[in-house]
Design a protein around this ligand. Sequence first.
Ligand SMILES: [Ca+2]
Ligand SMILES: [Ca+2]
Length: 243
Amino acid sequence: MNLKKFTLMIAVLMYSIKIFSQCSSTPVYCNPTFTNINTFNIGLQNVTFGSTINNSTTALGTAPNYFDFTNLSFSASAGGTVNFSITNGSGNSTQARIFIDWDLNGTFGAISPEMVWSSGTTTASSIVSGSFSIPSGQSTGVYRVRVVGDLGGSGANPCALGFGEVEDYTLIVTSSTMDGQAVINTLPVKYVMGNNTIAMRMANLGTSAMTSLKIGYRLNNGTPVVQYLTGLSVAAGSLYTAT
Ligand SMILES: [Ca+2]
Ligand SMILES: [Ca+2]
């Protein structure tokens, strides 16, 4: 049995009839802004990463233009290679780019290394593909990936677009010597009086399947609660959400 342990500390502020909790160790990323929101069919019709992500979506250019798919993940080890493909929107020429926040500072650099790939300008509905490498010294962990599709020549900025769409995904950099995981977030962020159902999203950073979990948490400096989850089958380099 591959036993893994999480410890989650939840800070709680208690008000008269409601309890609010805020707990997040992940960076906060910009919500992209768009100059032109209309049915121009500019954006991303499909995105693939490795063997685990093949996500077909609309690409209308109408609101919403930003999509959080960070519940979808792909994995690779440091020094490894990731294959990907992007299908442009059907309406206009598109420039697509992929960004990864390698240094986990909450921003995407506009140039290499955090802009890991750029398509130049390609025609509507083109399927553009390629690969990028995980830096050889990259730390094991969970990373935000941002895919941007904008009107050809517009620059495909990660935070401010002319047209198009933005989709975020999760990269898990794994290691054979790593047995740990990361708590990515907890849900809900707002608690009510009485029983609350909480969710914890975790990443298996190792290269073997995870079959059980030990989760510990403590509220308001109270007695720690430890819970064991067994019978799991969480593949190496993938996400798991416990509720
Ligand atoms: Ca889309
Ligand atoms: Ca960064």
